[in-house]
Design a protein around this ligand. Structure first.
Ligand code: GLN
Length: 287
């Protein structure tokens, strides 16, 4: 029987194989091989001459083939790190993105009460709610999602990370909340891609749930719903912060201002695009 290839050879082969499909073909190959072998990346770097057995080589080749067809690495390994938290992910939710860490940073910089009541709308895998609960253990975090599969995943992540004090509620945006419940901070990374955006057919996005990605003709339908509904659920001086598309910053700021928010402010992503925008709630004193 011919010997199996060593790690260096397997990685080089996979890198070439993935070059046309991925922006980071070598890293994808390394993550998939480490996953197949049940090892850390550092172990791979230290053992380029190790020969995985035949079954492991076959498993790795299968994963590389699926990646070549566009499946996100996080779906293939079942995990993704967000805010340094290892999260379980699956096809029921959006894969947490580094851009969303800017939203977490933005809201952690706000001046909020020590025991702030915080709402994460459309929590998906739980990325935002978990990061906030981890950074601010005294905050009372509620997370909603209309997908019960997503909510189960988020709950499981919370248990694994020992952040079991988060309240998870199934339902669309504000619907599952008591009508008079108010929060010091409402945060969301809602769907914001336009229905006709060609990227939806081209990239890893094909493998993520449409409902987590797409929001009407201009991508802003859900953002409008969230802004409209927020005044009924924000405490006096409460903040609403939203992630949005790289080119939607001005529109979101305008929607917030028109709805009476002041102190609107934003954060840029590493590419320099305004990626999240927030504002302090409308003054309700004379309503
Ligand atoms: N809040 C989740 C995240 O940021 C899910 C977002 C979504 O499904 N649009 O990963």
């Amino acid at each position: 029987m011919s010997p199996t290839p060593d790690i260096r050879t397997l990685l080089e082969r996979a890198r070439t194989d993935l070059a046309s499909r991925s922006d980071a073909p070598l890293l994808d190959a390394q993550v998939l091989l480490a996953h197949t072998l049940g090892r850390e990346l550092s172990w791979l770097y230290a053992h380029p001459e190790y020969h995985p057995d035949t079954a492991q080589c076959n498993d790795f080749d299968n994963l590389v083939a699926r990646r070549r067809d566009g499946e996100p690495v996080a779906h293939l390994t079942g995990r993704r790190e967000f805010w340094s938290l290892p999260l379980a992910v699956d096809a029921s939710t959006l894969v947490p993105r580094p851009e969303t860490e800017h939203l977490v940073e933005a809201v952690l910089a706000l001046e909020l009460p020590n025991d702030a009541k915080v709402l994460d709308l459309g929590c998906g895998s739980g990325a935002i709610a978990l990061a906030l609960a981890c950074e601010r253990p005294m905050w009372m975090v509620t997370a909603t999602d209309r997908s019960t599969m997503a909510l189960n995943l988020a709950r499981r992540n919370a248990e694994t990370l020992d952040l079991a004090h988060i309240r998870f509620i199934a339902g669309c945006w504000y619907e599952p909340l008591p009508p008079d419940e108010r929060f010091d901070l409402i945060v969301s990374n809602p769907p914001y891609i336009a229905t006709t955006d060609p990227h939806l057919e081209q990239s890893d996005l094909r493998f993520e749930p449409r409902s987590a990605l797409v929001s009407g003709e201009d991508g802003l339908d859900d953002i409008r719903i969230i802004i409209d509904g927020a005044s009924a659920h924000l405490a006096p001086d409460g903040w609403l912060w939203l992630e949005h598309g790289y080119d939607q910053g001005e529109q979101v700021a305008e929607l917030l201002q028109r709805a009476g928010y002041d102190c609107t402010s934003y954060r840029r992503d590493l590419a320099g695009h305004v990626r999240c925008t927030g504002g302090r709630g409308p003054d309700l004193s004379d309503v």
